[in-house]
Design a protein around this ligand. Sequence first.
Ligand SMILES: [Mg+2]
Length: 252
Amino acid sequence: MHAADDIRGWLIDLDGTLVCGGRAMPGAPAFLEACGGRFVVVSNDAEHTPAELADDLRRIGLEIPADRIVLAGAFALDETARRRPGARVLMLAGRSLARHARARGLRPVQTRPDIVFLGRDRQFSHARLALAANAVRAGAELVVANPDLVHPGPNGTVVPETGALLAALLACTGPVAYRLVGKPEPTLFAAGLALLDLPKRVVAMLGDNPRTDGEGARRFGLRYVEIADGAFPQIQGETACRHETSVMALPA
Ligand SMILES: [Mg+2]
């Protein structure tokens, strides 16, 4: 256990790290301040655009510019638009991401898609599952925002996430190859690191989930700092945290 003295930039998870239950974690504004702008939020969010999220975060007291936010859903669409410009996409996602897809030149369609995009689709239904499964069986590429099955809801409940919809889809298609963008895959870590413009050895991932934040950081070659009980790491003698946070060194 030691303070994070030699870390010069941070990739930071959102839910459970900066935000919990729709509120900013008590130490979050001070921690971001102490980072001095050298951070990028990296989240498996498969529902919002960075601009929308920046607005939401501002309302709860977190000033994070949209260009410092990398979200799995929006990023997957950005990447899809670069790889396959103008592609026809069956969107299993909310309206924000459908608008985002159009803004990137992709064409949301219901029939004969080139790509099936799977995000956090709150309108998921038997009919949408049938469309998606048959499109994939007919050869459409499958792009999945994140592998998360659920996230915690109020009073011990769970909220289904993109991975749960993927499980339903794969139950219909059988095993198929698909492009997975969110943590623990390296894509978002690479995008966040590129925005920081710092070498890997002085950057750490701060998160609350060892399976996504921790495992992804390990695979990508970044240190992982786990936040527990809302305790943020110390930066340059700042006392924004209540407890010391463990910093796991990379294996040699
Ligand atoms: Mg989290």
